[in-house]
Design a protein around this ligand. Structure first.
Ligand code: NDP
Ligand code: HSE
Length: 439
């Protein structure tokens, strides 16, 4: 078969990332086409609203509101899905693959939830599917796990994989912005998901962890396997306490770690030492530590969100797939995605069985006997106290008491807190933040 001299692309979605990609192609076209060995043409772009004012203008007639204009066009070789969400993204991806179109997507939500169906369809129809931008924006962490670390048994992944929450935590700490103000800034920068609750409640990080862990451990990790907590409960007071009193910073961590025959997968705010490798990963930056049995610990760092870094990751996939189309090998090479389930991992560890140190903030009435009552309940649940801080308050009758524990078992901590929260002198539900070493 003759090599194709023009590779044609249909784009689904023209928001932050889509427009970033268009601009990238305009600016670096010569370099990109040189790497492909063919011309790259964006033929049609699907949007919801043709009348919307956009930063990037495209030739008349390129935008459409009909997916059929893309999927039924025989000239289109590759569908770029930059729309997001579960539906209609899932239906569009499956339809395109069934018609023999190769896929590049940045959509971690649809991939993590419909992974089996999507990967199976790609294999069945012998099409390529690439998704570097789905995890950590511009950082090539998928490629690192699939290719660079392929010969290793991966033992752990520790990562800051959501730019929006990391940006919000930094703005709250360093610029004393309120949560709402910081979120608005993240949205204006194009960092947040269309529905930003997915960022805040940890689900976006869980989507990414499901993909990373599935690839790294050759084990299908489903969203429902992952314990997820967001940053909603974190206050500036906690961030300051943690730094001043314990030399720690708060990060929303995505953790996957093998322990014996079990795999731990969880997303939650985590207190890490200020000198930890990931402690300086601030703002919209992401950072991931991946440890393998032969390679040791490796670190990946860069902009995890935003139109330009994400466009860079999408374009890297697009160059790869376009080159394969040009060389007539697209869909022929079994692309990574593990072929059989890892027999060494028998099950996902129950959250109640994990062990950690804990930062516990009790809001209690400032009176005699409170501390000893709390300490007694903790002791009864085999939770040993490492330090206690009570900051005297000038106003009001309640006072924050922070207790940091030595390593304890999660279910014991949860049971103890249930009892403590029911005591008459407890004014608010106790805040729990896990403390990790992180390596
Ligand atoms: P935006 O919300 O900015 O853009 C979404 C685009 O999809 C818009 O052009 C919108 O059309 C179009 N769209 C949405 N629903 C439909 C529909 N039902 N039919 C047709 N078109 C539709 O999202 P982003 O560009 O920020 O994100 C795109 C994808 O990239 C998501 O999967 C996201 O998770 C992922 N991603 C985003 C990153 C970021 O930093 N923003 C980083 C990494 C991944 P219209 O413009 O007319 O409203
Ligand atoms: N909303 C996501 C984030 C975009 O903030 O990390 C990048 O996936």
């Amino acid at each position: 078969m003759a090599e194709k001299s023009i590779i044609q692309v249909g784009m689904v979605g023209f928001g932050n990332v889509g427009q970033g990609l268009y601009r990238l192609l305009e600016k670096n076209r010569t370099l990109i086409e040189d790497k492909i060995g063919a011309q790259l043409k964006i033929k049609r772009i699907l949007v919801q609203d043709l009348a919307k004012v956009r930063e990037v203008t495209v030739p008349e007639g390129m935008l459409t509101t009909s997916y059929d204009d893309i999927v039924t066009d025989p000239d289109i070789d590759i569908v770029l899905e930059l729309m997001g969400g579960y539906e209609p993204a899932r239906t569009y991806l499956l339809d395109a693959m069934r018609r023999g179109k190769h896929i590049v997507t940045a959509n971690k939500a649809v991939l993590s939830v419909h992974w089996d169906e999507i990967i199976q369809t790609a294999r069945q129809h012998k099409v390529d599917i690439y998704f570097e931008a789905a995890v950590c924006g511009g950082i090539p962490v998928i490629q690192a796990i699939n290719d660079g670390l392929a010969p290793n048994n991966i033992t752990s992944i520790y990562g800051i994989v959501n730019g929006t929450t990391n940006f919000i935590l930094q703005k709250m700490t360093e610029e004393k912005k309120t949560f709402k103000e910081a979120l608005l800034m993240a949205q204006k920068k194009g960092l947040a998901e269309a529905d930003p609750t997915l960022d805040i409640n940890g689900m976006d990080a869980a989507h990414k962890l499901a993909i990373l862990a599935s690839l790294a451990f050759s084990k299908r990790v489903k969203i429902e396997d992952i314990y997820v907590e967001g940053i909603e409960g974190i206050t500036v007071q906690d961030i300051e306490f943690a730094r001043e009193e314990f030399g720690r910073v708060v990060k929303l961590f995505a953790i996957a770690e093998v322990e014996g025959e079990e795999l731990e997968v969880r997303v939650h705010p985590t207190l890490i030492p200020e000198d930890h490798l990931l402690a300086k990963v601030d703002g919209e930056y992401n950072g991931v530590l991946v440890t393998g049995d032969f390679v040791g610990t490796t670190m990946y760092y860069g902009l995890g969100a935003g139109k330009n870094p994400t466009a860079s990751a999408v374009m890297s996939d697009l160059i790869y797939v376009s080159r394969s189309v040009h060389d007539n090998v697209a869909g022929e090479i079994s692309n990574c995605w593990f072929l059989s389930d890892n027999p060494q991992i028998k099950r996902i560890k129950k959250m109640g069985d994990i062990k950690s140190r804990y930062y516990l903030k009790f809001n209690v009435v400032d009176q005699a006997g409170v501390l000893s009552a709390i300490a007694r309940i903790l002791g009864e649940h085999q939770i040993s106290i490492a330090s206690v801080i009570q900051k005297e308050q000038k106003k009001g009758d309640k006072v924050p008491v922070v207790i940091v524990t030595y390593e304890a078992v999660e279910k014991n901590v949860q049971e103890a807190l249930k009892k403590i929260n029911g005591l008459p002198f407890v004014r608010e539900e106790t805040l729990l933040i896990r403390m990790e070493r992180g390596e």
